[in-house]
Write a protein that binds this ligand. Structure first.
Ligand SMILES: N[C@@H](CCC(=O)N[C@@H](CS)C(=O)NCC(=O)O)C(=O)O
Length: 355
């Protein structure tokens, strides 16, 4: 996807000339990027998209979050979308408090975990928001208020109906159907259990500091665990450490980090991370492969077996790109790092993505 902006012409980011980000409180990717900016101590100004304060330029595609960099004259000429490229653009501009592990093999793993969060955990997020009655009622009322908290009651009611209809009509597109429900809900429950077990020994996925993977999963969990009633109840019941991690990852500006130190070593990846990779290999990997195959053959449905259940949804072109990008990153690894990744992914089910 062309993300716009990010052509290298932006000026240094300072409190007087901050980066600007337009997002929404119910948007996982917006909260993902806001948490990245806070942790990285990058000066930024947050604004609710579509509100009276939002004067960011239009983005190439109407998605949030959009971010805009100041140029040399202090103007904000364009806006960029897509959180993963946004993260990498910020890595180029600001070296301190990087969220990309130094070792390329660990960095690759981190990228895979981010992609899993962005593209698979988002199915859980969408499902729990628009399937359960009390979640639908909350989201329908809350989401329109981002645009105008003082919106008159009749307008709020019209907006509630509009947004609820529109989002529920898209449920099947992301796989939230009666048939897929066990796959999606069990994968959320297992992820909570596995992540909770990991957090019992380690503050973040890959060590003592957060990486892209943490922020990818945090974005979706900011909603699942922190906002939507049914999925939040499930999290409180089974994953107290995850609930705490979500609350704290939202603002890690306080977390001390020492240069490039603090990342897990490629040679000593913990069993709890291998277990999480097995979860990625059990759900997201077979979906990605079936999705790519469906698009290649022109099939109008992706049909695959996930966790012993049949999973069906329409093909998703963006996720075929995600697979191509993952494979390109894998191809770009030096031979030593590729071998290290091979060892870390062996028998997790993720290795099939790069066979
Ligand atoms: N791949 C994008 C996904 C962004 C995305 O899907 N944003 C949603 C909100 S969370 C959106 O803008 N949807 C458009 C709409 O709801 O009309 C990213 O990583 O930023």
């Amino acid at each position: 996807m062309s993300s716009g902006a990010g052509d290298g012409s932006s000026a240094a980011l300072t409190p007087d000339r901050p980066l600007r980000i337009a997002g929404a409180l119910g948007s996982p990717y917006s909260l993902k990027m806001r948490a990245v900016l806070r942790y990285r101590r990058i000066p930024f100004q947050w604004v609710l998209r579509g509100s009276k304060w939002d004067d960011l330029p239009a983005a190439p595609v109407a998605l949030i979050p959009a971010i805009s960099f100041p140029d040399q004259n202090g103007a904000y000429p364009d806006a960029m979308i897509d959180s993963s490229p946004q993260i990498m653009r910020l890595e180029e501009l600001v070296p301190d408090r990087s969220i990309v592990p130094v070792d390329p093999a660990v960095a690759f793993l981190d990228y895979l975990l981010e992609d899993y969060g962005d593209e698979w955990v988002t199915k859980q997020m969408y499902h729990y928001r628009w399937w359960y009655e009390d979640a639908v009622a909350k989201a329908g009322m809350q989401l329109p208020l981002d645009i105008d908290q003082q919106m008159p009651a009749e307008q709020l009611e019209r907006s509630r109906l509009f947004i609820t209809d529109r989002q529920q009509s898209r449920m099947a597109l992301v796989g939230s159907t009666e048939g897929n429900r066990p796959v999606i809900e069990h994968s959320y429950e297992r992820l909570l259990d596995l992540f909770d077990a990991h957090l019992a020994t380690t503050p973040f996925l890959l060590g003592e500091r957060p990486g892209r993977g943490d922020f990818g999963i945090f974005g979706q969990f900011s909603q699942l665990v922190g906002w939507d009633p049914e999925s939040a109840r499930v999290a409180v019941d089974r994953a107290p450490r995850v609930v705490h991690w979500v609350n704290s990852t939202d603002d890690l500006s306080w977390l001390p980090v020492d240069g490039d130190a603090g990342w897990t070593d490629a040679g000593s990846i913990q069993a709890t991370i291998s277990d999480l990779l097995c979860e990625v290999g059990r759900t997201y990997a077979p979906f990605l492969l079936a999705n790519a195959a469906a698009l290649e053959s022109g099939a109008d449905e992706v049909i695959c077996t996930i966790d012993g259940h049949e999973f069906r949804q329409g093909p998703f072109a963006y996720q075929a790109k995600c697979l191509r990008w993952l494979r390109a990153a894998h191809d770009e690894l030096d031979p030593g790092s590729r071998a290290a990744v091979g060892r870390m992914l062996a028998d997790t089910g993720c290795e099939q993505l790069f066979a």
